[in-house]
Design a protein around this ligand. Sequence first.
Ligand code: AHR
Length: 661
Amino acid sequence: MKRLLLFFAVYSPLLKVCSQSTNYQTYTANSTRIEKGKKGATAISPDLFGIFFEDISYAADGGLYGELVQNRSFEYGPADRKDWNYFTAWQYRTEGFGYGNISVETGEPLHPNNPHYVVLTIEDPGQEGIGLINGGFDAMAFKAGGVYNFSAWIRQLSDAAVPLEIELRGKKGAVLGKTDLSTQSRSWQEYKAVIQASAQEDSGYLVVLAKGKGKLALDQVSLFPGHTFKQHRNGMRDDLAEAVAELHPKFMRFPGGCLVHGDGLGNMYRWKNTIGPVEQRAEQKNIWNYHQSAGLGFFEYFQFCEDIGAKPVPIVAAGVSCQNSGGTWRIGSTGQKAIPMDEMQQYIQDVLDLIEYANGPETSVWGAKRAAAGHPAPFHLQYIGIGNEDRQTDAFRQRFRMIYDAVRAKYPDITIVGTVGPSPAGEDYDLGWKFADSLAVAMVDEHYYEKPEWFLSNGRRYDGYDRSKSKVYVGEYASWGNTLYNALAEGVYMTSLERNGDVVRMASYAPLLANVKHTSWNPNLIYFSNTGVLRTANYYVQQLFASNAGDVYYPGVVAFRSGDTAVAASCVKDSRTGDVILKMVHAGPGRLQAAVDLTAVGSAGGNARRILLTGMPDARNTEATPDIIIPSESSMQAKKKFMLDIPPYSLQIIRIGKAKK
Ligand code: AHR
């Protein structure tokens, strides 16, 4: 104790108080009250740390979405990628001296939104049958004893029924599980079967074999793991969804990113195309150079948000396409295309219908569709974003305004998030803010991808933001890399978001997910293969901040002797639990000491959990060494005033049980 007093006496004039008291008007949200006598405490956003989901780098199809069959509805094509066609990811199989022919056709389709299907004519099935093989997304992984749900839509085109055998096969052709079907109808009918895999296989594939003469049409051929996240039909890949859930995000933004406004008007994301029976959803090119099956659509997004306890934050296009549409962007020109004015009323109606779909009663037109999908209760939508990084043109402003006015008029309780360009500064940022100011938009979406040093030297960015203007959603940010140093630089910055949690209402690292074989963008928070999920150092920083968030910020609780911008701290309280949470981040070398004084928090200390994330600055988790950077936990006794050791390159969380008065 003596040493502690001496430390405060000698060093207090030199201490750089890490979390300066702000004079800004305290923000009171969600009936959080600043406790009387707790000087400088600020109510901060209870929704601060969330996630950004975009279907980029095969995050949806071939990723979070559980479907194992690639191009299940034969809708891939050169519009997705020059070398793709309707039969991409499939092979025609005629082993065993069978013969016949195969074609892709469009007459009398299963649904107009799903125009292509395969016709298989079997002249002689030979010894083994003839049919189709699908190798999934870089093969299919089967678990020993795992159950798989097969389904397909079939139209029998011959008089005689066609017997079919459906098989799960291993890399070398071994049959790991199979089932038999026989066609029964001359009109489209869905057939379902369950197949169990007898052995584990990481390089498996699906075979659909016709074992008798005849002719049939085949579409929407699907294979799902029997076990999906929360056991939903048309559900999510369990291990990946679990990794996302373990981030404990307060909200989830979806479906993008650039995917939202799309590559030209025809590619704009239209949420209505993504709901209803999967075989009736309209598929389309993915702006990241592949295909969107829309199997993971707006119902699934809302349901997933509910499952993981995250508030849904859907983003809709502001009536204009991406400025980089067609790859035409040059300085002074733009590929941004605007929805014609005579189509805007319908577009605006779609946005209003989205809110009704999420929140309307079962008796409403769109609420009824949600109920029909299996969710009669509302999804409690609170936020909607209009636009993504759009070029600030007159066409954009005009359309944004129209959507904005309509949403505000019909749904005044919904918080609208506007957009201020792709960078932390520059023309679109300035014009975007000017426009947001003119409309008093509730919140704007800032994006920045920068070097780690940028994050270390911009910790004061929001200190000077005018609290009377729009609040901020940092919708996309990341430092360029997945080393511990990158992650800690983000952590240092995140303490500044907490300190400014009265004006920065939400923040999400981006992008969230990437398939290791199809990364359109680096870095990402989580990398995955068909069999593994890799949590990066950045992931753990996000997880530790989100699961140790608070709703009141206390300045001046942690003090250092260093004036280094690579060191930062924050102190928040979670009013729900009464826990006081300290975060100390050090993105530099050398050991430091911090002086903690809980007086202002009204805490005398107590039992505390100490979580530490540390390692070599250039260390990163890899497939071969996934656990180099992982948090470790211990317990400690925190006093009202105490000294704390801060290791080099570390994030440290001290969570002190219920504050005593
Ligand atoms: O996160 C990747 C991309 O970065 C997003 O799609 C876009 O909004 C941003 O430019």
